[in-house]
Design a protein around this ligand. Structure first.
Ligand SMILES: Nc1ncnc2c1ncn2[C@@H]1O[C@H](COP(=O)(O)OP(=O)(O)OP(=O)(O)O)[C@@H](O)[C@H]1O
Length: 852
């Protein structure tokens, strides 16, 4: 298959109605943006895609325009129905009859007519074919008359039958006959009809010799339940049954479009524009009358008529209360999904997103978060898609039970109402594509994951299993609803348990037994093909550890065969946690460990117990933070800074030590809960705060290294760990640059901090060279910041009138400093076209006096 076809098939399958950017498509199919862009252009040239917007351009699959494309909801809630209608039209040799059911005013007649038009468009029937309609209810009290109208009669068939008269069946020959209110059709007529459906023949009234042969396609409609009124023998001949949903059961977007459409019809009818308030539109969208769309259309007409009373010629009709937000609809307006309707829900969603983020920052409970979600769901209740919610509810129930329950042993304890809320929250997500509500740039996701790592892992697995996709921003609202009752219990387990076994479901079936017996998610399990390599296994394990977040207290891995040594090494190499690997996976063993994990045994106790089992098996464990020499970096201001420092250390140092970043709280917890042994490979802890511990560990506050003693201590420790002095100096320089950048980033108005800091570094180096001195870290940091801001200050001042202040020079040393400084600044003075004045140099003198 061609690559362009691959992309096209992906779009048709996954996003038949979505507008997507090139970047979104590229990310989804895993190709580069450039390549995907050329494929998309090719598809556009082939007329298979529609393009809209500029920067970014949006792509959408071009759909074949059929008569059904006019039907509101054809690619939404009626998509399946439209497919059935198409099948009923095209199925060889003559299509098949169908019956449309649904409450009054829901569009049964409308759909029947469209089916007829589509059959014409497809040239399945002739252009001049007839669409004949009969409402059987009109003749319900006169079955003979109905029969004669339907089947025609022969001259003399009854008094007054003075000539042969064809019936509607004859008129519909080669076209369509639509019988509305079919439940009023008397039994004899039903019988006559089904013989016609069988043989294509019928006898008009009074005719018993020559049957009429016709080729008629039938559509029936009724507001009633079929079983109550129709003969079973009749129904058997009508294979296709279409049930149209009531107006209030249609998705909000479609109800909105139907209302919009009704106003547009009024605009056409009156020749006026209509200005209608969103509030009025919204009220109509919520119509819940037995007459459905028909009743809503009547309401729209009445509302427009009352608005029409008060307008002068050519003025637009106003509908609503003055001061309310409105939209204009005229005969040519087109309904654009996003503009009117998503704004209404988006407001609510954004509000909730902000609230959730605030609550998470304040460490509020999942109960508070659920309450916020509940409020939002109430506010958007009438806008959501009831049909979708019903489907989702079934899916959610099923997977809670069959997936989370059976595999992870987790009963989330959710009542019917909660599941309904969860389904509603998921359904809301379906209204948006990720672009529309890309609000928090994954911040919320990160916060949830950090605070509830185990629940979040289960949530991710649930979404993957239920919807076959990764978590979307909007799914996050379901998280508090789902885990509210169980988060404490789920998060109380601090160990990580992993089961690995060859075979289709060996590991997962042991997992299911143990998790269920423990009543908690203790183990994750991976079934592996027989030829899997240790490397692949480790990748799986690492992927799992990443997704789940590090466990604070250690990892237990049970596997069924292979080299214990190798397996241990692979996993330990890329994990900082304590680790126990057991080369024996039995249900009894997993259960024993599971129970111990659950009741809160320590790593040591569990390891001891496993060793007893281990007589017959292989056990290898590592107690300690890491089996490699390591340095821990932990900054109170966040993992971001720690990660930056880790990067600098990796660049400057030899790589002999493993650099481990830790959240500040985790570090404190780890120090408090472990003994000296645990840290026996830890050479140094670098923090931004003074951490208290009784353990014998070197802890250096990063701000102390700015001063000489602190720096020397750092240098000593790193040299002891095997680093060269050059490496440590390089690290110091990177740290200084980093902290200076942090300090000036927000204070520089227009210069690029990265560029200007390099200038400051060079000037400082020149001073150090000239005076043969090595300035303390603190002084260098000060200089980098001062010089960077000075350069900008000078630049701004150079455009104003220069005011020089005369500085008296007291001695030779000062004189020398001034003349050296002028020489040092010459380079940047030329480059930036300004002059460093003596006042600035006098400041420099104050900064550097002690080194001169
Ligand atoms: N999907 C749709 N798109 C656009 N208009 C629709 C749609 N469905 C229904 N309508 C409009 O709704 C109105 C009522 O439809 P219709 O008369 O076909 O309903 P019905 O189910 O046949 O009603 P009854 O049972 O009372 O005969 C019509 O004006 C029709 O144009």
């Amino acid at each position: 298959m061609k690559s362009t076809d691959n992309i096209y098939n992906f779009l048709i399958k996954e996003h038949p109605d979505d507008k997507l950017t090139t970047q979104q498509i590229a990310s989804s199919v895993g190709l580069s943006r450039g390549v995907v862009s050329s494929y998309l252009s090719q598809l556009y040239r082939e007329n298979r895609l529609v393009k809209s917007g500029t920067r970014p351009v949006y792509w959408m699959v071009r759909r074949e325009v059929t008569e059904f494309s006019k039907v509101i909801g054809y690619n939404g809630s009626l998509a399946k129905i439209i497919k059935q209608c198409t099948e009923a039209i095209i199925y060889p040799p003559k299509g098949f009859p169908l019956i449309i059911t649904g409450p009054s005013g829901i569009g049964k007649s409308y759909l029947a007519k469209i089916i007829f038009e589509e059959a014409k468009r497809r040239t399945i029937i002739n252009k001049d074919a007839n669409f004949v309609v009969l409402n059987t209810a009109d003749y319900a009290n006169n079955p003979e008359l109905l029969s004669s109208i339907l089947f025609g009669f022969k001259k003399g068939a009854f008094t007054g039958a003075d000539k042969d008269t064809p019936g509607l069946v004859d008129q519909a020959n080669n076209g369509y006959l639509f019988l509305d209110e079919i439940h009023r059709l008397p039994t004899e007529s039903q019988e006559k009809l089904f013989s016609l459906l069988d043989s294509g023949k019928f006898y008009p009234l009074g005719e018993n010799k020559e049957a009429h042969k016709v080729n008629v396609r039938f559509i029936f409609a009724t507001t009633e339940k079929l079983d109550n009124f129709m003969l079973k023998t009749f129904m058997r001949r009508v294979p296709m049954h279409i049930d149209l949903p009531a107006f209030r059961r249609r998705p909000f977007i479609e109800r909105f479009e139907l209302v919009f459409h009704a106003f547009r019809n009024e605009a056409k009818r009156t020749g006026r524009s209509i200005e209608v308030s969103l509030d009025q539109l919204n009220r109509l969208v919520r119509t819940d009358k037995p007459g459905n769309i028909g009743a809503m259309e009547n309401d729209v007409q009445l509302i427009c008529a009352s608005g029409f009373e008060n307008v002068d010629e050519n003025e637009c009709i106003f509908v609503g209360k003055p001061g309310e937000p409105t939209i204009f609809i005229n005969a040519n307006s087109s309904f654009e999904k996003t503009s009117y309707y998503s704004d209404l829900i988006k407001d609510q969603v954004i509000k909730l997103q902000k609230k959730t983020s605030n609550l998470l920052n304040r460490e509020s409970s999942l109960d508070d978060l659920s309450l916020a979600v509940d409020q939002m769901l109430k506010a958007t209740k009438l806008m959501v898609d009831e049909v979708l919610i019903k489907d989702l509810k079934i899916k959610v129930y099923k997977n809670l039970k069959e997936f989370l329950g059976e595999r992870y042993g987790v009963d989330l304890n959710l009542d019917e109402e909660k599941v309904q809320q969860i389904a509603s929250a998921f359904s809301l997500g379906e209204l948006f594509n990720e672009d529309t509500v890309q609000l928090s740039k994954n911040e919320l996701q990160k916060s949830f994951k950090k605070r509830y790592p185990r629940c979040f892992y289960l949530f991710r697995q649930f979404i993957l299993h239920t919807f076959k996709r990764s978590i979307r921003e909007m799914d996050l609202f379901c998280f508090p609803l789902m885990f509210q009752n169980k988060c404490v219990e789920l998060e109380s387990i601090h160990f990580t348990g992993i089961l690995l076994a060859h075979g289709r479901n060996t590991a997962t079936s042991i997992q299911s037994v143990v998790n269920n017996l423990c009543g908690n998610y203790i183990f994750e399990a991976f079934d592996m093909p027989i030829d899997v390599s240790i490397h692949d296994i480790n990748e799986k394990v690492q992927h799992y550890l990443n997704q789940k977040g590090q466990s604070k207290d250690g990892i237990f891995v049970l596997f069924d065969m292979g080299s214990l040594n190798q397996m241990f090494k692979e996993i330990k190499h890329s994990s900082d946690d304590e680790l126990l690997v057991i080369n024996n996976l039995t249900t009894a063993m997993a259960l024993d460990i599971g129970i111990r994990i659950q009741r809160g045994d320590s790593f040591k106790q569990i390891t001891k117990a496993a060793q007893k089992f281990g007589d017959a098996t292989g056990v290898q464990y590592y107690e300690g933070l890491s089996d490699r020499d390591n340095i821990i970096v932990s900054c109170m201001s966040g993992v971001g800074i720690s990660e930056e420092i880790k990067k600098m250390m990796a660049e400057s140092l030899s790589g002999k030590e493993q650099i481990i970043t830790m959240d500040y709280k985790d570090l404190q917890h780890t120090l408090d809960t472990h003994e000296q042994d645990f840290f026996h490979k830890t050479n140094l802890v670098i923090t931004t705060t003074n951490i208290e511990t009784n353990l014998d560990i070197s802890i250096i506050n990063i701000y102390d290294i700015m001063e000489k003693p602190g720096y020397q201590e750092l240098k000593r420790l790193l040299i002891e760990a095997g680093e060269t002095p050059g490496n440590v100096d390089h690290l110091m320089e990177s740290l200084l640059k980093f902290f200076s950048l942090e300090g000036i980033k927000d204070r520089l108005q227009f210069l690029n901090p990265d560029v200007v800091i390099n200038e400051a570094q060079q000037i400082t180096a020149k001073y150090q060279d000239y005076y043969q001195a090595e300035f303390e870290g603190k002084v260098r940091l000060n200089l980098y910041m001062h010089l960077s801001l000075m350069i900008e200050r000078m630049l701004i001042r150079s455009h104003k009138d220069n005011e020089y202040t005369e500085i008296p020079l007291n001695n030779e040393q000062e004189k020398e400093f001034f003349s050296v400084s002028h020489a040092i600044f010459k380079g940047i003075e030329i480059k930036y076209n300004f002059k460093v004045d003596d006042y600035e140099i006098s400041l420099m003198y104050q900064l550097l006096k002690s080194y001169i």
